[in-house]
Write a protein that binds this ligand. Structure first.
Ligand SMILES: N[C@@H](CCC(=O)N[C@@H](CS)C(=O)NCC(=O)O)C(=O)O
Length: 84
């Protein structure tokens, strides 16, 4: 893993917590982008992912972006980094 993974999230979001926990369990250091709790204010997130829901997981190593789907993000992390 050459580049750090990035997670757009806010702390109380239960779906974000699932992804944070999986990243931690896999020992992956990552960059957190804390978005506003107000959906209307998530303009940066909308530019990047073309939608306003979190979590959004970005893996620049594989050009993968997973938006608004914690189960898919967890599956991706297990399949991509689970063996490390
Ligand atoms: N199905 C999505 C649900 C994600 C979701 O509902 N995220 C909430 C925050 S917990 C969200 O962004 N809601 C829009 C908002 O905050 O207004 C997932 O599996 O991750």
């Amino acid at each position: 893993m050459e580049k750090m993974l990035e997670l757009y999230q806010f702390e109380e979001c239960p779906y974000c917590k699932v992804v944070r926990t999986k990243l931690t369990d896999l020992g992956i250091s990552y960059i957190i982008h804390n978005v506003s709790r107000e959906q209307e204010e998530r303009t940066d997130l909308e530019k990047i992912s073309e939608q306003k829901f979190v979590p959004v997981l970005v893996d620049p190593n594989t050009d993968m972006m997973i938006s608004d789907d914690d189960e898919k993000a967890v599956k991706y992390l297990e399949e991509t980094y689970g063996a490390e």
